[in-house]
Write a protein that binds this ligand. Structure first.
Ligand code: C2E
Ligand code: CA
Ligand code: CA
Ligand code: CA
Length: 283
């Protein structure tokens, strides 16, 4: 944030930046420049990570995760890429690209007799753009992808202005009516997890990986996870746990009645073809 402010203030202040801040700034500028090119040439990639239904042992969905390996820069991880894209507005182009890929993949799977939904990630702030819902629906229409094959994972790392809430919910309801379902991502870490749990038209909450990681180390966290699962279920929400890496975590979550799991224990993010192979297996 500080870095952008400095940039907006003009060239003189850049001269007074520390060496480190200066490097970060030029890397950000480079990423911005190369990203524009990559988007133009559709040089980004999407991997899929399966979501497993604990009640049946079968995978029922996959999360689309963007991957970018640039010729000049090398690999840029989503954790670096997404914040820069959000700041520069390029997040909309990344979002369109990933959605389009997801729609095509969902259709391909459907044609192969593979019934898997695809989750895409959307920051709730993207819904401040009042054309967001319409542009999502247009992509579905253009690719002929049925809306009920797409789930949207909503994240919110920062506070949202109260006045945008109504407009955002209107768009979400519009999409919900078309058959798109919403997952509240990173549950428990967001700025307003409980508020959104009441307010948004959600089908699923996704318990953040930090809780799953700490669960087997701390009795308190274990009880917290158990409580979140009970609470969500009493609200008729489906519970998905992310970042599940070990058999111990898997077993605890199963005992607690968690519905779905995602994580390295089941499968790392991988190619659509690998996911297809897993579809016929039982865990
Ligand atoms: P997220 O939505 O919480 O996605 C989960 C992240 O955890 C992914 O990292 C995934 O590769 C990683 N992960 C999955 N299972 C495990 C596990 O068992 N252990 C560990 N340690 N990690 C695991 P990734 O792909 O690097 O993405 C990071 C974040 O970037 C995502 O967090 C999401 O917020 C954002 N992101 C990724 N792709 C997109 C995208 O297409 N659009 C948007 N808007 N955001 C994206
Ligand atoms: Ca997610
Ligand atoms: Ca997360
Ligand atoms: Ca996250």
């Amino acid at each position: 944030q500080t870095i952008t402010n400095v940039r907006k203030a003009g060239g003189n202040s850049i001269m007074s930046l520390s060496n480190e801040a200066h490097k970060a700034l030029s890397r950000q500028a480079l990423i911005e420049k190369r990203l524009l090119l990559a988007l133009d040439q559709k040089n980004l990639n999407v991997l899929y990570q399966p979501q497993l239904d604990m009640h049946t042992g079968k995978i029922i969905a996959a999360e689309a995760l963007v991957r970018w390996m640039d010729e000049e820069i090398g690999v840029v991880t989503p954790d670096e890429l997404i914040p820069i894209a959000e700041e520069t507005g390029l997040i909309h182009s990344i979002g369109s690209f990933v959605l389009e890929q997801a729609c095509q993949q969902a259709l391909t799977w459907q044609d192969q007799g593979i019934s898997l939904k695809i989750s895409i990630n959307v920051s709730i702030r993207e819904f401040r753009d009042k054309n967001m819902a319409r542009s999502i629906l247009e992509t579905l229409e253009r690719t002929k992808c049925p809306a009920n094959l797409i789930q949207i994972e909503i994240t919110e790392k920062f506070a949202l202005e109260a006045e945008s809430e109504t407009a955002i919910m209107k768009q979400m309801r519009q999409l919900e009516q078309e058959g798109i379902v919403f997952v509240l991502d990173d549950f428990g870490t967001g700025y307003a997890s409980f508020r959104y749990m009441q307010l948004l038209p959600l089908k699923t909450v996704k318990i953040d990986a930090t809780f799953i990681r700490a669960m087997t180390q701390s009795e308190k966290t274990e009880q917290l996870v158990r409580g979140i699962i009970q609470l969500a279920k009493s609200m008729q929400l489906i519970v998905l746990a992310e970042g599940v890496e070990t058999a111990e975590q898997f077993k605890l979550l199963k005992d607690f009645g968690c519905d779905l799991v995602q994580g390295y224990y089941v499968c790392k993010p991988t190619t659509a073809n690998d996911v297809k192979g897993l579809y016929h297996q039982k865990l």
